[in-house]
Design a protein around this ligand. Structure first.
Ligand code: GLU
Length: 555
């Protein structure tokens, strides 16, 4: 008969932990099962505070919140800060800001909820209770392997062309003699705690993912680290262990997380089993992708500015446009509904694809332009002012003091027309598209040599004479064609061709055509060769400001 492997004494194990460390049953009672309606989903979002919030994180959090809310459940924010080395100051504020912007604030988070603490770094005692319990049951053990020893194991495995890892006979502390363990402990050697992977009975395991259906994977055989080294303080668990304990004690029943964790499921199922926790349903979300020449790849934090949540917030994409777009990526059918309906219709995990959807900024901008085109001017100003307080401080007093002008400017070709202008895709588009309306944001032309006039190739004398004459007889007429006639008549008087065709026939005979004449006025009034309807602009500006701008060129 095979002899039983000698186990570490319970007293030896218990001496590794504080004497007053609660038993798991204490935590089980402290965090009881939730009373929720049948079918309610408790979801959580577990970002790590690394200072970079990926748009994919907002995507996942949005799905978390949506599924919880529509099922009458709870959506928890748990900050996964066990990797203190990667932590960045201000990261939590960044989450707060992004969650507020995209209206994905959690139902429970640090300082709010009965299942906390919600920061993993504040849960060391809870994890320790469960680590001790696993050790007492010999499902976990202390491992004193040094970095050099681990590197040597990997090298030998590579040389032998077998899978690398800390498992079976390679796991040098898995079946160590208790006296060797005691000697290391007595010497104060640092150690990690490893999970004792079950002896492999079947090579593959199978489970059902809420998005992908039934999946099969090779079973885990690695004795993974569950508690980091004893020479670190605070002594924290690894992600694998922490998430299992937290999801169980926070009474989460649906883990929605990114696809990168798919390969860890076999380990996670073993951990749940060893900890005697009810298994939890997993839903692994396909990553957001980017089109590149010859294919697609994951949206990359390093290469793609649009991977960062800050990109959307600082450019001022309205949250509704981004959310509508993201919801369409999650469930194609939502992208076909009108925006308001798509924002309130539940996301269905069954309809989430397994291939990563492409993030197409052009499409997002179209959605955003369509949305902004439907907003009343006053709503645009409110949203834009709130954006500008953080991202364009100079714009705020302008919007405040020139509110009426801003409303008139926004009304140009937007109000009372069938096809409203769609030149605002994000709030940062306002200044380039509408800034010229405001005296404080517009630099009048310096004179006929101003380079903004260069593309017209008109002699300086023609420019000054024409504009001076236009200013002298200027009438702010209500009727567009009548108003435009002033330009037409003046252009003829100053020798411009009546139309482009005539001008083309005899370019030497004219300084330009009516086109160049009206462009001259457009540039004098707006600084640009492209603008909304000139007459409408002059109505918004008022005659006084029109004249000021004309005279700045003509002297
Ligand atoms: N902290 C993990 C991450 O940022 C969370 C994974 C999970 O949701 O379980 O990827």
């Amino acid at each position: 008969m095979e002899t039983e492997k000698p186990m570490l004494d319970r007293a030896v194990i218990d001496a590794l932990f504080p004497a007053d460390l609660p038993e798991p049953r204490h935590w089980e009672a402290r965090f009881p099962a939730r009373t929720l309606p049948e079918g309610a989903r408790v979801t959580r979002f577990g970002p790590s505070p690394t200072g970079f919030l990926h748009i994919g994180a907002v995507y996942t959090a949005m799905i978390d919140k949506d599924v919880a809310t529509h099922s009458g459940g709870v959506y928890v924010l748990r900050v996964e800060d066990t990797d203190t080395a990667r932590e960045v100051e201000g990261a939590l504020e960044q989450f707060g800001r992004a969650f507020e912007y995209f209206r994905i604030q959690p139902d429970e988070q640090q300082g709010h909820g009965d299942y906390g603490p919600y920061h993993q770094s504040a849960r060391a005692e809870i994890y320790a209770s469960y680590v001790r319990e696993l050790m007492r049951q010999d499902r976990a053990y202390p491992c004193f392997a040094t970095k050099e020893e681990l590197a040597d194991i990997t090298a030998r495995q590579q040389a032998a062309k077998i899978p690398t890892g800390y498992y079976s006979r390679w796991a040098i502390w898995r079946d160590a003699d208790p006296s060797d363990v005691q000697a290391k402990l007595d010497a104060g050697a640092p150690y990690v705690v490893r999970f004792r992977a079950p002896e492999i009975t079947t090579q593959r395991i199978s489970y059902v993912d809420a998005i992908r259906g039934r999946l099969e994977h090779e079973a885990n055989r690695n004795d993974v680290v569950i508690l980091k080294s004893s020479d670190t303080s605070p002594r924290l668990p690894t992600y694998h262990f922490a998430h299992a304990v937290d999801d169980h004690l926070m009474r989460v029943n649906l883990v929605i997380r990114s696809e990168e964790w798919l390969s860890s499921v076999p380990l996670h199922l073993q951990l749940f089993e060893a900890l005697e926790f009810e298994p939890i349903t997993y839903a692994h979300i396909a990553p957001l992708m980017k089109q590149i020449s010859g294919g697609k790849r994951k949206l990359s934090k390093r290469k793609d500015p649009e991977a960062s949540v800050d990109f959307y917030i600082s450019a001022g994409y309205p949250a509704d446009a981004v959310l509508y777009y993201l919801r369409g990526l999650a469930n194609g059918s939502l992208g076909e509904l009108p925006l308001a309906q798509a924002l309130t219709t539940a996301i269905d995990l069954d309809k989430c694809g397994v291939a990563g959807p492409l993030v197409d900024l052009v499409k997002l901008e179209d959605i955003s332009a369509d949305l902004i085109a439907t907003l009343p001017g006053a709503d645009i100003l409110t949203a834009m002012r709130s954006w500008a307080t953080e991202f364009d401080a100079e714009l705020v007093p302008v919007l405040d003091t020139e509110r009426e002008l801003a409303l008139r400017a926004l009304a140009v070709e937007r109000e009372g027309v069938d096809n409203p202008r769609k030149d605002l895709r994000k709030w940062s588009d306002f200044r380039p598209a509408y800034g010229f309306f405001f005296a404080d944001l517009f630099t009048p032309l310096s004179g006929p040599d101003d380079e903004r006039l260069a593309s017209l190739s008109l002699p300086a004398g023609v420019i000054t004479d024409f504009l001076a004459d236009f200013a002298a007889g200027y009438q702010q007429l209500d009727d567009q064609p009548e108003w435009f006639n002033q330009i037409r008549e003046l252009a003829a008087k100053h020798g411009f061709a009546a139309n482009a065709k005539e001008y083309k026939k005899n370019p030497e005979g004219y300084p330009g055509s009516i086109r160049e004449a009206s462009q001259l006025i457009r540039i004098a009034l707006t600084g640009s060769t492209r603008s909304p309807d000139l007459h409408a602009i002059t109505v918004a500006l008022g005659a006084e400001e029109v004249l000021r701008r004309l005279r700045s060129v003509a002297g």
